[in-house]
Ligand binder design. Structure first.
Ligand SMILES: Cc1cc2nc3c(=O)[nH]c(=O)nc-3n(C[C@H](O)[C@H](O)[C@H](O)COP(=O)(O)OP(=O)(O)OC[C@H]3O[C@@H](n4cnc5c(N)ncnc54)[C@H](O)[C@@H]3O)c2cc1C
Length: 435
């Protein structure tokens, strides 16, 4: 791949579910033939698909196996990778700025930088939303990235180590999770899975009842964004596992080991915040139109409103098409579709063709309770009907979401070999990561 000043510069900020797929597609369609220079920017050296994070927490997934190195991937897929975090935008000079980069000792490695673009795609995702509630940041674990998930995993293991050495009869390890959306629900089940594995490994005093998960939700039911049938079934499976579900509970504040809710205080050894989403706050300072959770409002072409050189996709974009009842949801499914569509519109823009309008295609929703059960609804596009599914079929549909992401990044052959090698690794490695 050669650098050139005469070809258009396409800069994609954020190498997540949407941005990385987009960089890969454009790398092959434009970068390979030097029709454009594609640059992907991310503050991390490796990519891990976010829906896998609750498995990282529980130790059922080894990040070393699943994480993808941006640098290696970019060299094979005809785009450039630059390590850094966007912190500003100069629309007049078509430049973005990157914050200085520090190493893990706090030593500055790179000074602030400016990157030129002809077309900019903002795909820097979202994080969980603490709604300004005091104490969340200081006292709760979050699951916004690999590091946070690994941090919680270690704390989880350490707490059980302590428990196995010092516990008395009838005691347990308590974990309170705020937010009973897909993340909170899936995490609850994965934690019980992890404890069952610890029991199988023969760790002293540990058995299924050693864990007490409490799941707290402000809405009247768990999985408020999903079909009620799925929520009922998932709720029953969780209750059977031992999860204590508290709905209609607003958390007002958090202090050490305690959630202060509208009704009472909930004490737990580990607190997890998995509620809501919000995009990075600096997006609201970029002279782009944003909503109250800092998402960039986009037109149906995925251009930021009023901008012809700036697109936004994925969780950091807000799109409510005229014909639709609801905005496009912040999911991996939507980010995947937006990435594929955005690539097409960028190619049209370079050919000076008019942009097309994005149509979100809802294929349904799935929630996986690990080895215990998977539930979901598939949307029949022909009859506009939801089919509730569970068991093997639902599990297969759930797994295929990640396969789609892998296919977009690696193509058929490499994905095939990745699946084979991960099946082999799963056979020969312990079923729980203990470090
Ligand atoms: C625990 C968990 C479970 C989930 N489960 C599911 C599920 O089962 N199904 C589903 O459909 N969705 C699920 N989601 C949601 C899904 O992961 C997101 O909707 C999806 O990842 C959004 O893709 P994205 O590309 O917009 O953002 P992300 O995938 O979040 O990627 C954003 C990227 O931007 C980078 N970035 C951030 N700030 C900057 C900056 N300033 N400069 C440069 N780069 C930056 C980040 O490092 C990251 O790589 C889950 C989310 C979580 C957290």
């Amino acid at each position: 791949m050669q650098d050139s000043v005469s070809i258009p510069k396409i800069v994609i900020v954020g190498g997540g579910a949407g941005g990385l797929e987009l960089a890969t597609t454009l790398g092959h369609k434009l970068g390979k033939n030097h029709q454009a220079q594609i640059t992907l920017i991310d503050p991390n050296r490796v990519h891990l698909w976010k829906p896998l994070l609750h498995e990282v927490v529980a130790g059922s997934l080894d990040t070393g196996m699943e994480a993808l190195s941006y640098r290696a991937h970019s060299s094979e897929n005809h785009y450039y990778f630059r390590l850094g975090a966007m912190d500003g935008l100069d629309k007049t000079h078509k430049q973005i700025s990157l914050a200085p980069l520090f190493d893990h000792h706090g030593k500055q490695i790179l000074k602030p930088r400016k990157i030129d673009y002809d077309i900019l795609v903002i795909a820097l995702g979202a994080k969980c939303n603490d709604f300004g509630i005091e104490g969340v940041h200081e006292n709760c674990f979050k699951l916004d990235n690999k590091e946070e998930a690994e941090d919680f995993h270690l704390s989880f293991l350490n707490r059980f180590l302590q428990f196995s050495e010092t516990a008395h009869d009838g005691e347990n390890v308590s974990i309170a999770i705020v937010g009973a959306g897909a993340t909170g629900v899936e995490l609850s089940a994965e934690l019980y899975n992890a404890v069952d594995r610890l029991e199988q490994f023969g760790v002293d005093k540990i058995h299924h009842q050693s864990l007490q998960v409490t799941l707290i939700e402000a809405a009247p039911r768990i999985l408020p964004a999903l079909d009620e049938g799925i929520a009922t079934k998932a709720g029953k499976t969780l209750t059977d596992l031992g999860v204590n579900i508290c709905v209609n509970r607003n958390v007002k504040g958090v202090s050490s080991y305690t959630l202060h809710t509208s009704e009472s205080d909930i004490h737990a050894d580990l607190l997890v915040w998995a509620a809501g989403i919000k995009a990075p706050a600096f997006l609201s300072e970029l002279q782009l139109i944003t909503n109250r959770i800092h998402q960039i409002e986009v037109e149906e072409t995925l251009h930021a409103i009023g901008e012809d050189a700036i697109y936004a996709i994925g969780d950091c974009a807000f799109l409510k098409p005229d014909h639709a009842e609801r905005p496009v949801p912040p999911t991996a499914q939507a980010a995947h579709q937006m990435a594929a569509f955005c690539a097409k519109n960028i190619i049209r823009q370079l050919k000076k063709q008019p942009p097309k309008k994005f149509r979100y295609c809802d294929h349904g929703a799935l929630v996986s309770l690990g080895r215990f059960q998977t539930f979901g609804s598939l949307l029949d596009q022909l009859f506009h009907k939801h089919w509730l599914i569970e068991g093997g079929l639902a599990h297969w549909a759930y797994a295929s979401l990640y396969r789609q992401h892998q296919l977009a990044l690696h193509g058929y052959w490499k994905t095939f070999w990745i699946i084979v090698s991960s099946l082999i690794e799963k056979r020969i490695k312990p079923k729980l990561k203990l470090y």
